[in-house]
Design a protein around this ligand. Structure first.
Ligand code: ADP
Ligand code: MG
Length: 369
């Protein structure tokens, strides 16, 4: 391919959700931070209607197609994300033509840190600027969400996109997914002598996609049974749980209802400047996902249990489950011991060696050049 046209660079970060898992598609509460790992989109408009896509990520084949030919399902693989942005913008009525898009991202792929939303959000921002579309954050997030739900075919909520676009440095983003209003809550781990450690288990079990869709369908079924538009509208959690038949459906609902309450308690603790107090809520969130929502796996449980045994204040799986990453809130002085213990436990189980990151609350998406 001839050299790519570049009119600017737009950056969008990955995210770690501190707490509020599987609540976004239930109109509930989430509390993500943006991480330093970022997708950068180098984008230039083309006048010939061609869409040329490239990524520095290993195994990402370059693609050259006509922007007007895009249709859901027509593209598989990584190129569906940037091409899906063009499709979603056109579907929303924006007159987007051809472009060159080169992606350079250091967000770990498939680790539950939302490399997909980082990529899509960077490209949405690029087109918003280049075509002066006047997109606000929420509309940009909806476009990026439609890339995944309608073009790629994964029924995701709005957490990843809103986090990548809306987070600010040094803060967690307390977001109400019912109306997408949010506030920034100070989250100063370092000031409290703590680290938020991310353990990428490198596991990705077959249930990832089907398990997610199935949980989502359960929540909708339960809301219908309870006669509410979504689980967020449940006024009396105990009565609602008692009204559901004893079994997996009731337990799944219990996860969602209790998880929303945990988010609110964590937000209160952070507003009081008490970062240490969130530890037990993280651990309770993990137990709820393991026992009630049943989305954990041996690698995630090993990471969480080992971190806790080594003195972590709290730990939980993050993201969809069935693999991906866990987080642990750890005293700075215990960080190395926790890391070493998790490595050792993974080796003892013959799991793939994990990777570790520190999640520092970072800036959301922006134009960089
Ligand atoms: P996550 O968002 O948790 O990392 P997903 O399965 O939602 O996991 O998204 C991962 C997919 O996003 C990859 O399989 C690939 O198609 C695409 N992707 C993410 N980052 C890149 C990149 N830098 N280059 C090419 N494709 C990417
Ligand atoms: Mg993703």
């Amino acid at each position: 391919m001839s050299e790519f046209v570049v009119e600017g660079v737009w950056a969008a970060p990955g995210r770690v959700n501190v707490i509020g898992e599987h609540t976004d598609y239930n109109n509930g509460f989430v509390l993500p931070i943006a991480i330093p790992h970022t997708a950068r989109a180098f984008v230039g408009r083309r006048t010939d209607g061609r869409l040329r896509l490239a990524s520095t990520h290993a195994g990402s084949e370059s693609v050259d197609l006509a922007a007007a030919d895009l249709a859901p399902g027509a593209l598989s693989g990584w190129a569906a994300y940037p091409a899906g942005v063009v499709w979603a913008l056109r579907a929303a009525g924006y007159d987007i033509g051809g472009a060159d898009i080169r992606i350079d991202s250091d967000v770990p792929v498939g680790a539950g840190l939302s490399s997909s939303a980082a990529l899509s959000c960077a490209v949405v921002l690029a087109f918003g600027d280049l075509y002066e579309l006047g997109l606000d954050r929420i509309e940009s997030a909806r476009i990026a969400q439609r890339v995944e739900t309608d073009f790629v075919g994964v029924p995701v909520g709005m957490l990843d996109q809103m986090a990548s676009l809306g987070c600010v440095e040094g803060h967690a983003y307390f977001l109400d997914c019912r109306d997408l209003t949010g506030t920034h809550v100070p989250f100063d781990c370092a000031g409290a002598g703590l680290r938020l450690l991310v353990v990428d288990t490198r596991a990705r079990h077959a249930l990832v996609d089907g398990g997610y869709a199935e949980r989502r369908a359960s929540c909708e079924e339960a809301a219908a049974l309870l006669g509410v538009p979504s689980l967020r509208e449940v006024a009396d959690p105990d009565a609602a749980l008692a009204a559901l038949p004893d079994g997996p459906l009731r337990r799944r609902v219990r996860h969602v209802l209790t998880e929303n309450e945990r988010v609110l308690r964590v937000v209160d603790a952070l507003r009081n400047g008490d970062v240490r107090a969130i530890g037990p809520e993280l651990t309770a969130s993990h137990a709820s996902m393991r026992d009630d929502y049943t989305i954990s796996c041996p690698e995630l449980d090993t990471a969480v249990d080992t971190a806790l045994a080594e003195g972590a204040l709290g730990a939980r799986l993050v993201g969809g489950g069935f693999g991906g990453s866990a987080i642990a809130l750890v005293d700075e002085a215990r960080c190395e011991a926790v890391t070493a213990a998790v490595e050792k436990a993974f080796a003892a189980h013959s799991f793939t060696p994990p990777r570790f990151f520190q999640a520092v609350p970072s800036a959301g998406a922006r134009r960089e050049g």
